[in-house]
Write a protein that binds this ligand. Structure first.
Ligand code: AMP
Length: 495
């Protein structure tokens, strides 16, 4: 997963891009990059958190009134410096781009670009193929109207590039572009503000930075839409490809920050409704279950746990504590390392737990490592019974659109019944949210424009209709190989 931002304004933008990336940090901690334009491109990117990558001097060096930025959590591509965003090409014009998403025909396109279009993709980052397809197509379309030309280039991207992507980019001497894949799987919001009578624009994965940067929410970039703001501040928009809108539901379950509103849905509210629906299911199936405390698995489950407790009429207690200064255990290779990281990361408040029946609410169960550890920890701290509930259904299918989920056989729900999962994590009871209830929670408020969100990791129904068994097998093989290489590399680093 990644977070992206693009700003065009009447003054220097690098500081605001930096501030925006800080607000998107939860979407990627692997690397960060900023590119700006002041008659020429400037770029700085590196590994680590935003505050580790950029110093005061960098912000000064990144000159210009137009810029883009990205924080990265890789789904394709390794950790090499060659794989970090933004990317740029010198022709036509000079183009720089950053994206959030995942392209699953990356390897074919990389080869096709080289053999047919005579363009070299140097990295293993999937954005570089989007950039090269766009650049190649733009160099072929020299229409009278520049906007018509970039519309044609985006149309070719929509046709050739398979997967999900939200893109921000800059074209030298022309302006800022923002576009979304035809199904709008990855989010992209648009904000505006007026300074000295002129309208300035921001495009970002989330609106989490709008308040601090003084932008007002304007609207979401529509699925398949291209927005171009030229250097005079003139705005051009066109819906290039019209397909059904399928925004990713995992943004609401786990990824987006609670204060974000994406695709017309407020993340906090949707999580409250998820907890409410989960509580209703527990009441319905187990009306006599004795629960003393509802405890969230910190931290993305806190909102759902709060409303679940309210629904059940049970006290809410934050008696599992997370040390936020340890990196995400999820990205550590190998079960053993992940288990050890969880031990350092989580602790329990014994005086709250001892002698009680606890219902733990987590947002999702992926490999089952966290849930297993939590159940064990609560028992060690004297819990009488430990029930476990997930605010989303069982994860069973690989994601091809930018959520970093494991290979299929790593899912704890792969080839296991709910009873077997419950046994694996060691709980006294396990309850998963039903998919219809999750969708209802996200869609309850009627100010959105989609009928069916993308939920393929729960039900295997891939919205782009181009995911065959061969594609899935190929992706699984690539991911397994990449994970193995990553694991070996990390082992070498620690030896
Ligand atoms: P696991 O031990 O693999 O079952 O991890 C479950 C935890 O991982 C849950 O508490 C989620 O909050 C978190 N999680 C879910 N999806 C992701 C993801 N794509 N990246 C990182 N963490 C995740």
């Amino acid at each position: 997963m990644c977070g992206i931002v693009g700003i065009i304004s009447g003054s220097e933008v690098s500081n605001e891009i930096y501030e925006s990336l800080l607000c998107l940090q939860h979407r990627g901690q692997d690397s960060a990059g900023i590119g700006t334009y002041s008659g020429k491109f400037h770029i700085k990117k590196g590994h680590g958190l935003v505050r580790e990558v950029f110093g005061r001097k960098d912000i000064g060096y990144l000159a210009g009134n137009m810029g883009i930025g990205q924080v990265r959590y890789p789904t394709i591509g390794g950790a090499s410096i060659d794989d970090l965003q933004p990317f740029r090409v010198s022709s036509p014009y000079g183009i720089m781009m950053a994206h959030n998403g995942n392209i699953f025909n990356f390897w074919q396109l990389k080869e096709e670009l080289f053999q047919k279009d005579l363009r070299m993709v140097n990295s293993n980052n999937d954005l570089e193929v989007i950039l090269n397809v766009f650049a190649y197509e733009l160099s072929r379309f020299k229409l009278d109207d520049f906007f018509d030309s970039i519309c044609e280039a985006v149309k070719s991207v929509h046709t050739r590039v398979k997967g999900a992507y939200s893109v921000v980019g800059m074209i030298a001497g022309k302006g800022l572009i923002a576009f979304r894949d035809p199904h709008g799987i990855r989010p992209l919001v648009w904000g505006r503000r007026t300074v000295n009578g002129k309208t300035e624009h921001i495009f970002s994965s989330e609106n989490t930075m709008f308040a601090i940067t003084g932008f007002d929410f304007y609207r979401d970039v529509a699925p398949g839409e291209l927005v171009f703001v030229d250097l005079n501040g003139e705005v051009h928009t066109r819906r290039i490809t019209e397909k059904e809108f399928h925004p990713c539901i995992f943004e609401y379950v786990y990824f987006a920050r609670v204060d974000a509103t994406l695709n017309g849905v407020n993340v906090y509210k949707s999580r409250l409704y998820m907890g409410e629906n989960l509580g209703k299911k527990i009441n319905r199936l187990f009306p006599n279950l004795e629960i003393d405390l509802v405890v969230p698995a910190p931290q993305s489950a806190t909102t759902a746990a709060l409303s679940c407790a309210h629904e059940l009429g049970v006290r809410y207690s934050e008696s599992i504590v997370k040390n936020v200064y340890i990196g995400r255990s999820f990205i550590m290779p190998g079960q053993e390392q992940r288990r050890r990281a969880n031990t350092y990361k989580l602790s329990a408040i014994e005086v709250e737990i001892r002698g009680k029946n606890i219902l733990v609410v987590d947002d999702s169960i992926v490999r089952g490592t966290v849930s297993k550890h939590i159940v064990q920890m609560l028992r060690q701290n004297g819990a009488k019974k430990v029930y476990f509930a997930s605010a989303s259904p069982a994860l069973k299918y690989p994601d091809l659109y930018g959520i970093d989920l494991p290979t299929q056989d790593e899912f704890v729900a792969y080839n296991r019944t709910e009873e077997q999962i419950c046994e694996y994590i060691g709980a006294d009871l396990l309850v998963y949210q039903d998919l219809e209830d999750l969708i209802e929670a996200v869609k309850r408020k009627n100010d959105h424009k989609f009928s069916k969100p993308h939920c393929a990791y729960f039900n295997g129904d891939y919205p782009t209709n181009d995911v065959t068994e061969e594609v899935l097998d190929e992706i699984e093989a690539i991911r397994k190989k990449e994970r193995q290489e990553d694991k070996l590399k990390k082992q070498l680093e620690t030896n």
